[in-house]
Design a protein around this ligand. Structure first.
Ligand SMILES: [Mg+2]
Length: 228
């Protein structure tokens, strides 16, 4: 009998990347920029919008921030800011509310768990380890490692193959309308959209299942309550 699986996206699904980026931005301002109390909220807002939910090229992002605000030390370069990003961002990792309780409950129902994330191997594993999430997953597929990225259906098929699970009995949970919902659907999995982080893409049909909190997954999977 084929195994049933639940596969997850990482950022803004199991990890609250939005919160993590806010924490990082606070540290960035404290470390590098002149920032009075009155200007702080406006600066944090500007950086948040410029980051485009993480889909902005980081060099461009830091060039823009450096061009707009006053550095404490004018000798600091975009290169220095990039270095700070790569060494500090993963330390700001924030777990999504109830992530571990929900993963435990799903596992206890006999599902195997997988994770598919777009990003660099180094950064994504450091986030997973900071949040102590790695042990939950039988299979972890990171786009850079396999030279495929969501929404390419082959990355979903690869993860299912490694899990020994069939698409028809498997679920995929993520926040991105195209990369996660559309991609998983193309590969034949049942998509669940984690609403609240990205705007819906009008050209993509909405999935049958939409959640606003991870615990909303349990009734969808016919799990009545947390098992631990
Ligand atoms: Mg995501």
């Amino acid at each position: 009998m084929s195994r049933k699986a639940v596969l997850f996206d990482l950022d803004n699904t199991l990890i609250n990347r939005k919160e993590a980026f806010h924490v990082f931005s606070e540290r960035l301002l404290d470390q590098f920029f002149e920032c009075g109390a009155e200007a702080r909220e406006e600066m944090l807002d500007f950086i948040r919008i410029a980051d485009r939910n993480g889909y902005r090229n980081k060099r461009e992002l830091f060039e823009e921030i450096k061009g707009k605000y006053v550095l404490k030390d004018p000798a600091v370069s975009v290169e220095d800011l990039l270095k700070y990003w790569f060494s500090e961002f993963f330390k700001c990792t924030v777990l999504m509310d109830a992530a571990k309780e929900v993963l435990d409950s799903i596992k206890d129902q006999g599902y195997v768990l997988g994770l598919i994330t777009n990003g660099s191997v180094h950064t994504q594993y450091r986030k997973l380890d900071t949040a102590r999430l790695r042990e939950y997953f039988e299979v972890i597929v990171i786009s850079d490692e396999v030279n495929l990225k969501k929404p390419d259906q082959r990355i979903f098929e690869l993860a299912l193959h490694r899990l020994g699970a069939d698409a028809q009995t498997s679920w995929y949970v993520g926040d991105h309308p195209v990369n996660d919902v559309h991609g998983a659907r193309q590969a034949g999995l049942q998509p669940v959209w984690f609403e609240g982080f990205m705007e819906w893409e009008k050209h993509v049909p909405k999935p049958a299942h939409v959640i606003r909190h991870l615990h909303d997954l349990l009734p969808i999977l016919a799990i009545s309550t947390y098992s631990r």
